[in-house]
Design a protein around this ligand. Structure first.
Ligand code: NAD
Length: 487
């Protein structure tokens, strides 16, 4: 199995072989807590993408003809192998991403659930039929795979997010190319090796590493029929437009600014725990992380002190160390970006009540630390109140009622997730009805992606129509072919 080790060069995986990229440039991959160099990732060229497309295209006819039950059996074996190797995978993920072991184990589990769901492909891929659609004429639909698909994925869930896509695509009989994030591409290599061990034939799953140039080559490539993208909205928009212009199916999941709405009748213990997990888990680097906390009426004063105390007492540290509740952010540029938002919040007039800018961890002085940070009096006219920060920064605000909370949410361009905390079914229903957001939590801080349900945002958080996971994944990766028969 591929191991995460010092100074490792990352290889592309093409046609079942780990292959040296033709790239002339590479980037360093480092542990964001210790700053140890873990390897170098090549910035693959269009020629590398051509090679991957050629391998995936060669593998497609035989894989498509492999019965769905046999394709599913390979995924059953993969699920077992992922579980057997869970500890090692989670550890590797903590090394290159920074989140703690509980979080990386959770990430892997969510990934495994997609493999489990894709194991149902013989049922999921069934078509429909109607006898005598006209006298003596029958009509049948068959779901057929389309060819070579590709996914481009972000750094924040480098194991789970690729598994939102490729297990469904290959279960359905397509072949696949993954372009993982260049910031933490190591751990997914283990999963590729386990897929080979499970019996996935050469060329069915390919990996090409790189950044912008590699992505452009994938988006434009005539041999690729569809693109699944996850990342910031800025790049999601670009990927959507470019791939659609090249005639491909596209689903592009973008960034987020998620509001947590707290009602006066909420259970404040449960709510506080959920808020802390949502805003500061994974150092705020989740597209489902809460970012704005909206207190309705007297809820604001009831939650403020409790939230502030809990945020202030979180243990920051190295994800492999016992007791670490919050790890570092991914890189120096990202830390600077987050600090920039904190500076902007101050100059825009928000009130800084907990400042994480000077956070340090004694044993790892060079780590990319940002402590929990809390502002109050935040509103959507501020950068702090409207833009995605992707760090452990909370913006508190108060409103009078649910309608004002919904109005505030709708002033922001994103529509990924939101949550309400209440003991009133009426308030929850009203909120769900009006929020206009795709993922809605009720007394839950993270309305997490569940493999059996579709996942993706609204408005500026999603470009496309069929979402990731659930039945949408099967629709995205197949075409329904209609046969009308008279004998
Ligand atoms: P990013 O947009 O910088 O990168 C995502 C992918 O796009 C990477 O593979 C990267 O190599 C590629 N890329 C980056 N810039 C590019 C460019 N100019 N042209 C072509 N390709 C380019 O995102 P990130 O920093 O890796 O991840 C964080 C972002 O992802 C956040 O905005 C977060 O909200 C979002 N995200 C969204 C979801 C979701 O489900 N909606 C899930 C996870 C993360």
């Amino acid at each position: 199995m591929a191991q995460v080790s010092n100074k490792e060069t990352v290889y592309n995986f093409i046609g079942g072989e780990w292959t040296v990229s033709s790239a002339t440039d590479s980037l360093s991959i480092e542990n964001p807590a210790t700053r140890e160099t873990l390897g170098r990732v090549p910035l693959s060229s269009a020629a590398d993408v051509d090679a991957a497309v050629a391998a995936a295209s060669r593998a497609f006819p035989a894989w498509r003809e492999t019965p769905a039950v046999e394709r599913a059996r390979i995924l059953f074996r993969l699920k077992e192998l992922l579980e057997e190797n869970a500890q090692e995978i989670s550890r590797s993920l903590t090394l290159e991403h920074g989140k703690n072991l509980l979080e990386t184990r959770g990430e892997l589990q969510r990934g495994i659930e997609n493999v489990e769901h894709a194991c149902g492909i013989p049922t999921l891929m069934m078509g429909e039929s109607l006898e005598d659609i006209a006298a003596g004429i029958d009509c049948v639909t068959y779901r057929q795979p389309l060819g070579v698909f590709a996914a481009i994925t972000p750094y924040n869930f480098p194991v789970m997010i690729p598994m939102w896509f490729w297990p469904y695509a290959v279960a359905a009989g397509n072949t696949f190319i993954l372009k993982p994030s260049e910031q933490d591409p190591l751990t997914h290599q283990m999963i590729v090796d386990l897929s080979t061990e499970a019996g996935l034939p050469p060329g069915v799953l390919n990996v090409v590493h790189g950044a912008q140039e590699t992505v452009t080559a994938l988006l434009d490539h005539p041999g690729i029929v569809g693109i699944s993208f996850v990342g910031s909205s800025q790049v999601a928009r670009l990927a959507y437009a470019k791939a659609a212009a090249a005639g491909k199916r596209v689903q592009a999941l973008g960034g987020a600014k998620n509001h947590m709405v707290v009602m006066p009748d909420a259970d404040f213990n449960i709510t506080n725990e959920a808020l802390i997990g949502s805003l500061f888990g994974s150092a705020g680097q989740r597209c489902l992380a809460g970012s704005a906390v909206v207190g309705v009426g007297e809820a604001y004063d009831k939650m403020r002190e409790r939230f502030l105390d809990s945020a202030n007492s979180l243990t920051i540290g190295y994800g492999l160390d016992e007791g670490t509740e919050m790890g570092p952010v991914i890189s120096k540029p990202h830390k600077e970006r987050v600090l920039g938002y904190i500076d902007a919040g101050e100059s825009e007039g928000a009130k800084l009540i907990l400042d994480g800018r000077d956070a340090t961890v004694d044993s790892y002085p060079e780590g990319h630390w940002v402590g929990p940070t809390v502002f109050e009096d935040v509103n959507p006219s501020m950068k702090l109140g409207s833009e995605e920060i992707f760090g452990p920064v909370a913006g508190l605000s108060r409103v009078k009622n649910v309608d004002e909370a919904v109005d505030l949410i709708q002033q922001v361009e994103y529509g990924n997730a939101t949550s309400i905390f209440t003991s009133s079914g009426k308030a929850a229903r009203e909120f769900r009805y009006k929020a206009g957001i795709s993922m809605i939590g009720v007394n839950v801080g993270v309305a997490a992606p569940m493999a059996f349900f579709p996942f993706g945002g609204a408005r500026g958080s999603f470009y496309g129509d069929l979402k990731a996971q659930g039945s949408d994944a099967i629709s995205f990766y197949t075409d329904r072919r209609v046969v009308i028969e008279r004998w």
